[in-house]
Design a protein around this ligand. Structure first.
Ligand code: FAD
Length: 310
C-alpha cells in the first residue's frame, strides 16, 4: 500500500508534483520511459505525484498507464484526478475499482471543467460534493480523497461564501484533504485560510503552484478558465518581457523574442521561489508543483527553494 498522504501531512509539510497524460506514444515514452521525466522527478524525492484526468475520460487509458508506472517505481504515492464529466455512476464505480485493483488508492475528486458549450457535467453526478459522497458510499475508506479548493472563489461560484460552504460540504461528505487552485494573490490566500477555518473546515490544505516559466502559459492559466488575480510584481515581469503583438501598431518581427522568453523564465523562477517562501509560512500542509511534464526547470525550482528538505 502507498503511504497515505494525510499521514505525511500530519508529520511535516508534504511536497509533490502534478503531471498530465501525454497525447502521443512518444510523449509517454519521454514521461514514463527508462531515464525519462518521471525517473528524474523521483530523484527529487516527492511524497506523491498526481496525474490529471481529461474531461469525459478522454485520456483515461494514458492516465492509468502513467499512474501505474508511478506505482511500480514505488517512490511516491500515486494520486489520480477524477471528474464527474460525462461519467455515469456505474462507469465511475468501474473506473475507480480499476484504480484500486492497480494499487492506486488516492483520488482527487473533482467536478471537472465543463467543455465549451456544456451547461452541466453530462453525467450522473453534478458536483464534487456528490462525487465524494458516492466514493465513500461505494468504497468506504478504501480511498484517500482530495478535493479542490479555490482561494479566489471558483470562477462560476455565486459568491465566495457559497464556494466555502460547498467546500465544507465536501469535508462533511468525507474528503481528507484540499488541493488548491493556483493563486498568486497571497493576501487573498491568507484571507481564505482564515475564512475556511472559521467555517469549520479543518482539512489540511495542499497548495497548487504553477511555476512561472512562460508568459503565454502564465496568462492562459490565469485567465482562460480561472479568472486569477495577477499581482503587480507578476504583471511587471510580463510587461518587462512583453512578447505579444500590439493591437495598436503594425506587427513587427521581434528580434528579441527569444531573449525576452529566456529573461522572463529567469524572472519567473525567482518569482515562483518567493511565492513558495510566502506559502510555506502561511499555514499550509503541502506544496504541490505543477511539473508540466518537465524536469530541468522544476529541478531548479526544487533545489533553489529548498522544498526537497522540508
Ligand atoms: P465543484 O466543487 O463541484 O464546484 C463547481 C462550482 O459549483 C463552484 O462554482 C461551486 O461553488 C459550485 N458548487 C459546488 N457544489 C455545489 C452544490 N452542491 N450546489 C450548487 N453549486 C455547487 N479539471 C479536469 O477536468 N481534470 C483535472 O485533472 C483537473 N485537475 C484539477 C486539479 C486541481 C488541484 C484543481 C484545483 C482543479 C482541477 N481541475 C481539473 C479543474 C476543476 O475540474 C475545475 O476547477 C472545475 O470547474 C470545478 O471543479 P471542482 O471540483 O472545484 O467543482
Amino acid at each position: 500500500m502507498s503511504k497515505k498522504v494525510t499521514d505525511i501531512m500530519k508529520e511535516r509539510m508534504a511536497f509533490s508534483f502534478e503531471v498530465f497524460p501525454p497525447k502521443t506514444d512518444k510523449g509517454m515514452e519521454t514521461l514514463t520511459g527508462k531515464g525519462g521525466v518521471l525517473d528524474k522527478l523521483y530523484g527529487l524525492n516527492p511524497d506523491y505525484i498526481s496525474c490529471t484526468y481529461g474531461a469525459g475520460g478522454s485520456n483515461v487509458g494514458k492516465n492509468l498507464e502513467v499512474l501505474k508506472s508511478i506505482k511500480a517505481a514505488n517512490v511516491a504515492t500515486p494520486i489520480t484526478h477524477f471528474t464527474c464529466i460525462g461519467n455515469t455512476r456505474d462507469g465511475i464505480k468501474e473506473q475507480l475499482q480499476t484504480y484500486l485493483d492497480s494499487g492506486i488508492d488516492h483520488v482527487l475528486a473533482l467536478r471537472g471543467d465543463l467543455p465549451f458549450g456544456w451547461t452541466g457535467t453530462g453525467g450522473d453526478l453534478h458536483y464534487a460534493t456528490e462525487l465524494v459522497k458516492f466514493i465513500r458510499a461505494q468504497f468506504g475508506d478504501k480511498f484517500t480523497i482530495g478535493v479542490a479548493g479555490s482561494p479566489e472563489g471558483h470562477i462560476s461560484c455565486r459568491s465566495i461564501e457559497a464556494d466555502i460552504s460547498f467546500l465544507k460540504q465536501k469535508q462533511d461528505e468525507g474528503a481528507d484533504f484540499i488541493m488548491t487552485q493556483l493563486c498568486w494573490d497571497l493576501d487573498q490566500f491568507r484571507w481564505w485560510i482564515d475564512a475556511i477555518r472559521a467555517a469549520g473546515i479543518t482539512l489540511p490544505v495542499d497548495v497548487g503552484i504553477m511555476p512561472v516559466l512562460d508568459s503565454k502559459a502564465t496568462i492562459n492559466m490565469a485567465l482562460s478558465r480561472n479568472g486569477c488575480v495577477m499581482p503587480r510584481p507578476l504583471a511587471e515581469i510580463i510587461s518587462k518581457y512583453w512578447i505579444f503583438d500590439s493591437p495598436f501598431a503594425p506587427t513587427e518581427a521581434e528580434e528579441s523574442v527569444k531573449q525576452k522568453k529566456a529573461d522572463f523564465k529567469e524572472a519567473g523562477i525567482e518569482y515562483t521561489i518567493k511565492l513558495i517562501d510566502e506559502y510555506r509560512v502561511a499555514g499550509i500542509a503541502g506544496i504541490h508543483l505543477y511539473a508540466l511534464n518537465k524536469y530541468e526547470d522544476v529541478a531548479r525550482l526544487v533545489a533553489e527553494s529548498g522544498i526537497k528538505d522540508m
